[in-house]
Design a protein around this ligand. Sequence first.
Ligand code: ADP
Ligand code: MG
Length: 484
Amino acid sequence: MQWETVIGLEVHVQLATRSKIFSGASTAFGAEPNTQACAVDLGLPGVLPVLNEQAVAMAVQFGLAVHAEIPEVSVFDRKNYFYPDLPKGYQTSQMYHPIVGPGEVEITLDDNTTKRIRIHHAHLEEDAGKSLHEDFHGMTGIDLNRAGTPLLEIVSEPDMRNAKEAAAYLKAIHSIVTYLGISDGNMAEGSMRCDVNVSVRPKGQEAFGTRAEIKNVNSFRFVERAIAFEVERQIELIEDGGKVVQETRLFDPERDETRSMRTKEEANDYRYFPCPDLLPVVLDQAYLDHLRSQLPELPADKRARFQTSLGLSAYDAHVLSASREMAEFFEEVHRVCGDAKQAANWVQGELSGALNRDNLTIQNSPVSAHQLGELISRVLDDTINGKAAKQVFQALWNGQGSSANEIIEAKGLKQVTDTGAIESMIDQVIAESPAQVAQYRDSEPEKRGKMIGYFVGQVMKASRGTANPQQVNGLLKEKLDALL
Ligand code: ADP
Ligand code: MG
């Protein structure tokens, strides 16, 4: 039996407001427990929430970025449940009239094709506090710093068909919210978490199978692993004659498995009702137009522009537009050197390799975009060859000079294009390599091309890497063939 996987994601994005969604308390990460929870966050009697306008603007910006309908009116509801980290006894959320309606996101697959994933809606809500089990013996501590932090929950349609697509979708969301600057997207600090809904169905069947929801998966890698485990579990269960039950499961990264948390029968009844303390949010056209005019160029548009007007491949365009910092760096390199393909190659090759090796992000690159652009310019105008360029790059990386020009000068890396100088180096190499010359002469003509590599290497070495390789090749062939 052939099975097909169906996946839908609910992504929680922490919005980068400085204060909470309904109070003036700070949202800064890492403070001492309970130093950033005010009377509103604590749910003390007699206090009233005041909606943070910035959170509204950020949610709408996201909606505009995913081409969503933005309803004129949205409403906050109370989601009632009892838990120690929820002092009010309810979470203020949006159930029936969310701030962002249906939209769509473009994801890039491994073969560089794209696919559209529909967004069902996105709604605003507040985060709860945090239970601390480790630091207390026989007790649980509660830290309410996080209570009231603004979240945007983005709910997808069940449009994904494998773990890779789900990870690509999460990356696309991450890229959009960080381009917009509405979230820091820091998954390790919990700024982005997701619930993964997974079901399987026989290939060709239209009706969806019963799904399990895996809670709080907090890395791209865990999303893939949780899905892989869950799909296998469900298929095995069904093939053994069992049935998938609708339930909430937890992913355990240590054991690489999902475990049941609660089944549908035990699911909470949240008794949603409109929050009487908050007015409906009404957005007029002028406000939406204003926010639309402030949108930056988004990843999908950048990707398209990199391909159509800069002539980059789909792969290059995708990699270079995935993060805003990467895109800005690349565009600056391109602006300085004027050659998009070379800029793309250097950013993805030499630069990314060095960043990975030294465990640095592009924001902390020791070689600036301007410096790299100038270095590439010196290759393009034939001042240096490719080999010397790598040396110059390493020197810039190590802080041995402040510009490519300075390093080229100091290290004497200027390319030798003087035919006479190259010829005399060739003559010397040929004179010092009688055995190789004899071998060359005795080879089949079609094998000589390959053998010429030895001589090129020797001449390049003699020039300390500065000879123009094309000239060396051409002149060597002439001189060796003259000996035949
Ligand atoms: P609930 O309100 O109970 O959480 P929803 O219908 O709103 O359920 O769906 C929540 C998420 O589950 C959505 O992202 C949706 O795409 C996904 N989903 C719904 N049905 C399925 C299914 N059969 N298989 C996989 N994902 C599903
Ligand atoms: Mg849900």
